[in-house]
Design a protein around this ligand. Structure first.
Ligand SMILES: Cc1cc2nc3c(=O)[nH]c(=O)nc-3n(C[C@H](O)[C@H](O)[C@H](O)COP(=O)(O)OP(=O)(O)OC[C@H]3O[C@@H](n4cnc5c(N)ncnc54)[C@H](O)[C@@H]3O)c2cc1C
Length: 391
């Protein structure tokens, strides 16, 4: 079968692949985007609970985890939140800021997908869905075979995303392509993912399932403040998802249940009170949490009946409650994959491999992992935009 010739083949019609296809098409390159799914941008569709937290007004390099924290700087400087916002506005998509700079569509994330596919069409980038890639070779040009066709191109861009949510089409193809061409991959692990307790803790805390409390979680020197949700198995909610990206198996987490307060000073202020500790703590926590926490860690009695030493110990436990999670809930529940194509192998200006001419990467497949809050989609847009200028 004689291969169809293109200038650029992009594997993956997700956030990064579509953005790169638009940009390369606008430069007049003949672009083909291949995807094994039957729809484009399935992760974009589910993102932000269906409203797509498409960027964050406060995007900065320190919102990203990578072996080389400098790698993302050039692409982020080249394609800013304002650049994405102006596209959204051009397409009449209405949006709002939820909190901490997070921008969401007022309507559905489908609007963003329609915008990207429309721009691909205008730029002349061709989309082929339901394409199962069978082999990739480089003989001067890249040769890509699918179960039904063969293509060749001068440039190949791998935008296959991470391993999370396999039900939405995630696969390890991008990592296999990297290995095939001799590129290294940093260790991969689920990130922005709920954490699961060990059995004893799960049994003790399972009555709290569904309770959300404001807290600060820390792992080593990294800390996040925000809602923490108790689940049947462990911890979820924004602060737990954030810390999961920094947590490694075996490490402990410290939970400050009263961030911004000095718990001991609070107790001393109320030491004369006849109020029971579990009722006093209801000022700060839902009743279910306060009662269970006291029953496990600080048998409740009127505040006046505790000694200073007891109050000090309870205050310390409230502000540094140590939990050692057993694991994460894995790729089926992770928003992203931490780790990826080692950025030492890539040019930060072009996203091209330093070793293999014409081989480019963009998006989550690279070792650049954003925090929660629109940073991962922004990395997909920025790296896709940058690669699109050079493929
Ligand atoms: C539930 C959920 C909610 C999220 N919410 C947000 C949010 O609100 N804000 C945010 O910033 N980030 C969010 N993310 C993360 C964000 O969606 C991803 O980081 C982003 O989509 C990555 O873009 P990408 O183009 O690199 O990969 P993807 O968007 O995952 O695209 C990869 C594409 O490659 C295709 N592909 C994979 N393997 C193959 C193969 N073997 N052959 C052919 N094609 C293949 C896939 O079908 C897919 O279309 C969320 C993720 C999840 C799972």
């Amino acid at each position: 079968m004689k291969p169809t010739e293109k200038d650029v083949i992009i594997i993956g019609a997700g956030a990064a692949g579509l953005m790169a296809g638009i940009e390369a098409g606008r430069r007049g390159r003949a672009v083909l985007i291949l995807d094994h799914n039957d729809q484009v941008g399935r992760k974009v569709r589910v993102s932000g609970g269906g409203r797509c937290n498409f960027t964050n007004l406060g995007v900065r390099p320190d919102h990203y985890i990578s072996k080389n924290p400098h790698f993302c700087k050039s692409a982020l400087a080249r394609f800013s939140p304002a650049d994405f916002i102006s596209r959204i506005e051009r397409h009449g998509i209405r949006y709002h800021e939820k909190e901490s700079g997070q921008l969401f569509c007022n309507g559905s994330s489908d609007q963003v997908i329609r915008m990207l596919t429309a721009e691909c069409g205008e730029a002349g980038a061709e989309l082929r869905l339901k394409s199962r890639i069978t082999t990739i070779e480089k003989r001067g040009r890249f040769m890509v075979r699918t179960d039904s066709a063969a293509y060749s191109s001068a440039s190949l861009l791998v935008a296959t995303g991470g391993l999370s949510y396999p039900a939405l089409g995630a696969s390890d193809l991008g990592f296999r392509i990297a290995r095939q061409f001799g590129l290294s991959i940093t260790p991969l692990k689920p990130a922005l993912v709920p954490l699961s307790f060990r059995r004893a803790e799960a049994e003790m805390l399972s009555p709290l399932s569904g309770v959300s409390i404001p807290a600060e979680l820390s792992c080593g020197k990294v800390r996040f403040q925000g809602p923490v949700l108790f689940t049947h198995h462990g911890l979820s909610g924004p602060a737990a998802l954030q810390i999961s990206s920094y947590w490694n198996q075996g490490e402990e987490l410290a939970i400050n249940l009263l961030p911004g307060h000095d718990a001991y000073a609070l107790f001393i202020d109320h030491h004369g009170s006849r109020m029971e500790l579990q009722n006093f703590l209801c000022r700060f926590f839902p009743r279910r949490f306060s009662f269970l926490w006291c029953s496990r860690f600080a048998p409740s009695k009127p505040l006046a009946l505790y000694s200073h030493r007891e109050l000090k110990a309870i205050a310390e436990k409230l502000q540094r409650w140590i939990i050692r999670p057993a694991d994460t809930e894995g790729y089926t529940r992770a928003e992203v994959t931490r780790g990826g194509i080692d950025t030492a192998e890539l040019s930060s200006k072009t996203m091209e491999s330093k070793k293999v001419q014409g081989l480019f990467f963009a998006g989550e497949v690279m070792d650049v992992t954003g925090q929660l809050g629109g940073y991962n989609l922004h990395w997909a847009w920025a790296s896709g935009y940058t690669a699109g200028q050079y493929v």
